[in-house]
Design a protein around this ligand. Structure first.
Ligand code: 5GP
Length: 127
């Protein structure tokens, strides 16, 4: 479901196709609410994407339209994945892009989970 003013969910987006099993992924975790898999173009030694199973385009859509059970299940899955990857002690970063200025490429809500090295500044310095 899309929130008003945002485009409708695109059933052909790459993560929808991964969820349907049409495209393979390197799976890290799956439960009733979420699927986690390695990013195809990793930006850190650990770069995992966690996506909800529901059809939500972005954080705006997910936060407004998902049920409390979906939100709780998804957030718990992110924590489970980070723990499973051994990232709790060294630490990690979560990132979610939303909309054009963020550079969001795939219109299915996802959280990036980065770790495995010191991650430096949150955002690059402006040029
Ligand atoms: P966004 O820019 O939308 O926040 O992030 C999309 C991410 O999806 C990028 O980091 C990109 O490397 C990753 N990605 C795009 N296509 C695929 C794919 O087919 N498989 C996997 N595992 N990751 C993908």
């Amino acid at each position: 479901m899309a929130v008003s003013g945002l485009p409708p969910y695109d059933e052909a987006n790459i993560f929808a196709r991964i969820l349907r099993g049409e495209i393979p992924c390197k799976k890290v975790h799956e439960d009733a609410w979420a699927l986690a898999f390695h990013d195809i173009n990793p930006q850190a030694p650990v770069h995992v994407l966690v996506i909800p199973k529901g059809k939500y385009c972005s954080f705006a859509d997910f936060s407004a339209a998902a049920s409390e059970a979906e939100i709780a299940g998804f957030v718990r899955a992110v924590g489970t994945v980070a723990k499973q990857l051994g990232l709790e002690a060294p630490g990690y970063r979560l990132l979610a892009n939303m909309g054009p200025e963020s550079g969001q490429e795939v219109p299915h809500f996802h959280v990036h989970l980065f770790g495995g090295r010191p991650l430096g500044r949150m955002l690059p310095k402006p040029a």
